[in-house]
Design a protein around this ligand. Structure first.
Ligand code: GLA
Ligand code: ZN
Length: 674
């Protein structure tokens, strides 16, 4: 269970009644509209601090209480936010320390949002006070489902408080300055430190090339932010609320390791704003699927789609309308991947300021006779039909490792291709390869366990965090099928290169040693052609670009060989059996077709069972299940209909058009008893 649901899929989103307090008739009208659109939740208070505490210590929660009550009387629940995402002017004026200091050591002026220091004792205190009061007032209201901490937490601060906290964090991690010097390789360019007091956060006007420092700074920023969230949560608990906690996240946001938030939240939630219709829709759907699977992996249970746009998004370079049917398909994709909600930003469009042209369920016209309102209502109807699957989980046979810390380290490094390593693309291609054969995919980080997966892929696992190499070795030894790619197992936890050959700890598992890696110019390509009779049954020839790893065989079989350059004829894909399992080493950044074939062949070899191996292009298959039933989502992200074979008998269709076809942007959902 996500903890937030009351046995129904949540349908709602961000609502800002504080912008309409002078128009009570509008608020009344909104409630009537919400009911029509089958909205059963709104998220309140996200940016309401100035209205909740107009002056320091003077609280006005009455307006909020009236609204919460009116909503509840009408069957609409509330996810209540803490207001720390944006602060009132009085707070910044009286306590300038709450404002953020940029990497160049300049303190920001008041403005925007997210503009605060996570370490500032005053900010923590003020947030603590209002959170506690909110919890006292609303923390056990019948219609309140849980807490939404702050909003899209992110960014960093370089003030003196943060510097002090960083030094303390380093002292704890390294114990002695000698150990830190060793871990960061500070002898390079004579950057050795004599004491922790000398250390400064990375800055464009100071130290910005020391990778160990940068990596630890990012880890610290995550830990400090998690610590700030802890303070927020504690205040809610002190106020007597035991309700579940979430915080809304953003995609692959590079500033925080989201996995670390699992210790302070009950449920992960995220905000999804894909650029639909910019490229063929199936491409976008496949990219979004990766994010969903990452979000589900954070708390390893159903998550919430906290925000999505019902219409066009005004901060993107072009505000594209969603074509008819897109909203429904996109919304059900979230549910198919394990979301227990479909929520929007925003319920009612604001009249002024930055987001006045951002799509909303109710726009400035203010009526229900709009295309968007009708489509939102269709989503509401679908969620009501599907409500029985609330809380069901997703079982995956395949896992693709996605690790923030490794990504940070890899992106910071100079070489082997500063023009672009294409990590994200590598992850997506492998994920897509498994999805193409109808598999659910989990996306754990290097710390999570790998038990139960028939296939594990590690695309560009540059940094092997402590124990990860060993974990993969055990996984293969015990019968797992591993796909490891180029640029893996290169450095340790503090970004020091492993000595003695790479992939570290896995040369014997993979039966290869990576000897050299060639960076390719943008216009260069190479290829990999199948070695006749290879054990994996690969037959094609595939293009590769960007990076080509030249490996020395140490017992592995050659499956593909390079087609050109001075390494023509050398291995480009290898296979090696180890213990009870198999390890495949992908030497180069291959095109999508390669991964489609590789994932299919390796899954077959691993004995993976999938429901439909030959999915039509652009069709996604996902399943959710609980103890009683399994649910199958078949989604067509093509704008036009595709032929669809009948589903086997034990599956009963519970949602969607009954026909031999899958309509354009159409979804069908089936169920079978377990
Ligand atoms: C983010 C924020 C929202 C809003 C939307 C607009 O996701 O969390 O407050 O600004 O973007 O798309
Ligand atoms: Zn600070």
């Amino acid at each position: 269970m996500s903890g937030f649901t009351r046995n129904q899929l949540i349908h709602g989103g961000d609502y800002n009644p504080e912008q309409w307090l002078d128009s009570p008739e509008i608020l009344e009208q909104d409630i009537a509209f919400f009911k029509k659109a089958k909205i059963n939740e709104v998220s309140l208070g996200i940016f309401s601090w100035a209205m909740l505490e107009p002056e320091e210590g003077k609280f006005d929660f009455g307006w909020m209480e009236d609204i919460v009550n009116r909503l509840y009387e009408n069957g609409i629940n509330v996810i209540m936010a803490t207001p720390s995402g944006a602060r009132p002017k009085w707070l910044a004026d009286k306590y300038p320390e709450v404002l953020r200091v940029a990497p160049d050591r300049r303190r920001n002026l008041f403005g925007g949002r997210h503009n605060h220091c996570y370490s500032s004792p005053v900010y923590r205190e003020k947030v603590g006070i209002i959170n506690r009061k909110l919890a006292e007032r609303f923390g056990s209201y019948p219609g309140v489902l849980g807490w939404h901490i702050s909003n899209e937490i992110g960014g960093e601060c370089h003030c003196d408080y943060c510097q002090d906290a960083f030094r303390g964090w380093l002292r704890e991690r390294y114990g002695t300055i000698e150990e830190l010097n060793r871990a960061w390789a500070t002898t390079f360019w004579s950057h050795r430190y004599q004491s922790f007091e000398q250390i400064e956060s990375p800055s464009p006007i100071g130290e910005c090339d020391l990778h160990g420092l940068k990596l630890d700074w990012r880890r610290f920023v995550t830990d400090q932010t998690v610590d700030f969230v802890k303070v927020e949560v504690q205040a809610l608990r002190d106020g007597g609320s035991a309700l579940p906690i979430t915080t809304n996240m953003m995609y692959f946001y590079g500033g925080l390791n989201y996995h670390k938030f699992a210790e302070v939240i009950d449920t992960a939630s995220w905000d999804n704003y894909p650029l639909w219709h910019k490229q063929p829709e199936p491409e976008t759907a496949a990219e979004v699927a990766v994010y969903y699977d990452i979000m589900r992996g954070i708390c390893r249970k159903p998550f919430l789609l906290m925000e999505s746009c019902p219409s066009s998004t005004n901060w993107q370079s072009v505000s594209k309308l969603k074509k008819p049917g897109m909203l429904l398909a996109a919304s059900l994709q979230a549910v198919a991947h394990g979301s227990d909600s479909v929520q929007y930003f925003q319920m009612r469009q604001s009249r002024g300021a930055n987001e006045k042209f951002h799509g909303a369920v109710i726009d400035h016209y203010g009526g229900e006779d709009t295309r968007v309102f009708r489509e939102v209502t269709q989503v509401g109807e679908a969620l009501e039909i599907l409500s029985e699957l609330t809380g069901s989980g997703v079982k995956a046979q395949a896992a693709v490792i996605y690790d923030w810390e490794s990504r940070w380290a890899m992106e910071d490094a100079q070489g082997p291709r500063n023009k672009g390593l294409y990590y994200h693309e590598a992850v997506t291609k492998i994920h897509k390869g498994f999805r193409r054969i109808g598999l659910n995919v989990d996306m754990p980080d290097m710390e999570q366990d790998l038990e139960g997966y028939a296939v594990v892929a590690v695309p560009m696992g540059y940094m092997f965090r402590k124990g990860f190499g060993e974990k993969l070795k055990k996984y293969v030894e015990q019968g797992g099928y591993l796909i490891l790619t180029y640029w893996s197992g290169i450095v340790d936890d503090t970004d020091l290169c492993f000595l003695g050959g790479t992939p570290h700890e896995l040369m014997d598992v993979c039966g290869v040693r990576s000897a050299e890696i060639d960076g390719l110019y943008d216009w260069e390509t190479n290829s990999g052609a199948a070695v006749p009779g290879n054990s994996l049954g690969m037959t094609g020839e595939y293009r590769c670009r960007n990076l080509c790893d030249l490996v020395q065989l140490r017992g592995a079989e050659e499956v593909l060989r390079y087609g050109s350059d001075f390494y023509a004829g050398q291995p480009a894909l290898t296979a090696h059996s180890y213990g009870k399992g198999m390890a495949y080493y992908v030497c180069a950044d291959f095109e999508e077709d390669f991964y489609n074939d590789l994932c299919r062949k390796v899954s077959e070899a691993a004995g993976v069972k999938s429901l439909w191996v030959n999915l039509p292009e652009g069709v996604e298959l996902s399943t959710r299940q609980d103890e009683k039933a399994e649910y199958l989502f078949i989604q067509n992200f093509n704008p036009s209909a595709v032929e669809w074979d009948e589903v086997p008998e034990q599956w009963q269709q519970i949602y969607g058009e009954v026909s031999e076809k899958l309509p354009g942007f159409g979804t069908k959902v089936y169920k079978r008893a377990l």
